[in-house]
Design a protein around this ligand. Structure first.
Ligand code: C2E
Ligand code: MG
Ligand code: MG
Length: 635
């Protein structure tokens, strides 16, 4: 309803004047009567100015009553206007007190909720009871906030109407304050947005679902696979991607008609959906191509048998428009993480495998990696054997001495893991460390190596030997939140002198978050441990970060020792590293020294400590004890 402001105002002014006049006349009459009654007494001495006081009184009273009446009229008018507007509005507007009682509920509450204004007035907090169970938590938080004068939210929520329908509504509200700034209530507007929500859901569905089969489309397949690669990256679960392509589908389209082809695709989609329900994610990739993603299916043999099941499903006869039809298809399989780390690579490789299955091998199923069956099975077998080995205590430390290049004396040792197996003898780390890194088993290995080293240091100290031992720490171990606690616990349990332990950590561990790395290194040093940067010079080396790291030693990677005799650039780099270490007061150890020539040149370049087959290989604790005891006796 539109109200012409000027008209109402001029009309108001005219009527307000009349009201003043009316009350003035009333007051004048009343006073006139009083004066008239008194006149008898004062008649004899009456003077005209005696009328001044009654007239002023009449004017004052007339003004007072007139004004009060006008204010009341104005209030009533405003109220009428408010009701005219609020009652007319399509959105449900309410004002409620902080205890939940509704002081005003607009009639459109009925359209939105199915409840009348009176029902709102009679049941405080009625809105709370209507909110959809899935939105109750959000609503509860919002009410708590707004009842405590917090910033108002603009929420899209669902409510359940009196007749049980679910309605989407947009809720806007704000606190109402009294003149002295105290919160007194909450006003709110609620708009039905069910149609808008439905449209949004339809648009979203169109973006992620195939319009013919109603299966997830290519976009949602990529999204799903990328999410899986992220969630599976840390753990040891794997998944398989099966790419199905129908044979000669074009012929079907050409021989019958496109609607027939469409019908067939819809039927096939339904079959796939039914077959994979609860076991896999089915998507239509395009045309006659479908992709099935199956979680916890890293074993190639299991993936192949799943694919076989799908092939058989495709080969069962279809009856479309009363025609019986037989079709076939080929499936290519890619496995995460072996065949790709992201959706694009995994899909591309499964597609390539499917192509190969059809064109080259004339079989209907193919894995992307030809040797994958053997490799993957070997990996999985090794992984489960490693787990067993860990619980049987088959992983033990061997010790490779670090020597002074000047006199050949042993100045410390590095503990290197060895796997003592029944059938294959002593297995070196190359064969198990990468599996442990990938599967997270490096964490229990790290703890068990640290324990074994502490135990050995204890034994040596009982024999009067004090040998510093370096322990390798994987970057996964270093980044683990409980790492520092594990270290403290083990050192305490075996009561070893922490000054005898050095941690060897590769640069990789420091790269991701330098600040937390520095923090962790400081905590380790506070315990009394020393720190060495292992394999320095490989991959990421940035000399500049060294000055930020509280480390004691740099272990120069064995590739330098291997190449210095042939490559002058390696000599130059080594020189630069040595001079930097001098400036930063860092100790150095050159790894992998194998020949006298290398040792000679390294000595010339200022290296003083080395580790390598020229001096010792990694040996058992017993052998090392014997060597050291002998040396002690010799000297
Ligand atoms: P690393 O820490 O750099 O250890 C040195 C490796 O170089 C050892 O191999 C050692 O035997 C080898 N080596 C020493 N001198 C020579 C030499 O003159 N020539 C040649 N060609 N090689 C030499 P190993 O024992 O096979 O260990 C390989 C890697 O496995 C280690 O490299 C380390 O990164 C990892 N590793 C071993 N034990 C553990 C462990 O307990 N925990 C962790 N996280 N990693 C470990
Ligand atoms: Mg090392
Ligand atoms: Mg090393």
């Amino acid at each position: 309803m539109l109200v012409d402001n000027d008209v109402t105002q001029s009309r108001d002014k005219g009527s307000e004047l009349q009201i003043y006049l009316k009350y003035f006349i009333f007051a004048a009459l009343a006073i006139g009567i009083v004066v008239f009654i008194q006149l008898g007494f004062i008649l004899k001495t009456f003077k005209p100015y005696y009328l001044i006081v009654p007239v002023i009184l009449a004017l004052a009273l007339g003004f007072l009553f007139g004004h009060v009446s006008i204010l009341r009229n104005r209030l009533a008018h405003k109220n009428q206007l408010f009701l005219a507007v609020a009652d007319f509005a399509q959105e449900f507007t309410y004002y409620r007190l902080l205890d939940g009682r509704y002081e005003y509920a607009s009639p459109s509450c009925f359209d939105l909720t199915g409840y009348t204004c009176d029902e709102f007035y009679q049941s405080p907090n009625l809105m709370d009871k209507l909110i959809h169970p899935d939105d109750v938590e959000v609503w509860g938080k919002h009410i708590h906030k707004i009842n405590n004068a917090g910033q108002p939210d603009n929420l899209d929520l669902r409510l359940i109407t009196k007749d049980g329908k679910t309605i989407w509504f947009s809720h806007i509200c704000g606190s109402v304050f009294s003149a002295d700034g105290k919160q007194v209530g909450v006003r709110s507007t609620n708009i039905n947005i069910t149609d808008r929500k439905k449209t949004e859901q339809r648009i979203e569905h169109m973006a992620y679902y195939d319009s013919l089969t109603d299966l997830p489309n290519r976009g949602s397949l990529s999204k799903h696979v990328d999410e899986l690669t992220k969630s599976h990256a840390a753990g040891n679960e794997r998944f398989a991607l099966l790419f199905l392509d129908l044979d000669r589908f074009k012929n079907i389209n050409d021989s019958f008609h496109h609607e027939f082809g469409d019908h067939l695709l819809v039927e096939l989609a339904q079959r796939l959906k039914r077959c994979c329900k609860g076991r896999g994610f089915v998507a239509r990739f395009g045309g006659d191509e479908f992709v099935v993603v199956v979680e916890n299916l890293g074993d190639p043999a299991a993936a192949i048998s799943y694919a076989q099941e799908l092939v058989e499903l495709v080969e069962q006869p279809f009856v479309i428009s009363n025609k019986e039809l037989y079709i076939s298809g080929g499936i290519g399989i890619s496995l995460f993480p072996y065949d790709g780390q992201d959706s694009a690579t995994l899909i591309r490789n499964a597609d390539a495998a499917m192509y190969r299955a059809k064109k080259e091998t004339h079989s209907c199923i193919s894995l992307y990696s030809k040797d994958l069956i053997e490799d993957a099975t070997a990996f999985i077998t090794t992984e489960s054997r490693i787990r067993q080995g860990l619980s049987n205590g088959e992983f033990i430390p061997y010790f490779q001495p670090k020597v002074s290049m000047k006199d050949g004396s042993i100045i410390g040792v590095e503990a290197l893991a060895r796997w003592q197996t029944q059938d294959r003898g002593m297995v070196p780390p190359d064969e198990f460390i990468y599996i442990m890194e990938e599967t997270g088993l490096i964490l229990p290995l790290g703890s068990s190596m640290l324990e074994a080293v502490c135990k050995q240091i204890g034994k040596w100290s009982k024999q009067g030997l004090s040998i510093p031992v370096a322990v390798n720490i994987s970057s996964k171990q270093f980044a683990h939140p409980r790492f520092i606690n594990v270290v403290k616990q083990v050192i305490e349990e075996y009561n070893v002198n922490p000054n005898l332990i050095e941690f060897e950590i590769t640069e990789q561990a420091f790269l991701e978050d330098l600040t937390s790395a520095v923090d962790m290194l400081l905590q380790l040093k506070e315990l009394g441990l020393s720190i060495a940067v292992d394999d320095f010079g490989t991959g990421y080396s940035s000399l500049s970060y060294l000055k930020h790291l509280p480390v004691d030693t740099l272990k120069i990677d064995r590739s330098f020792a291997a190449d210095i005799l042939n490559d002058s650039r390696d000599v130059a780099i080594l020189k630069a590293i040595m001079s930097l270490c001098n400036d930063l007061e860092l100790k150095t150890v050159v790894e992998g020294v194998e020949t006298q020539e290398q040792a000679k040149l390294l000595l010339q370049l200022g290296c003083t400590v080395a580790q390598g087959f020229l001096y010792y290989e990694a040996i058992s604790a017993e052998e090392l004890t014997e060597i050291i005891s002998r040396k002690n006796i010799d000297t």
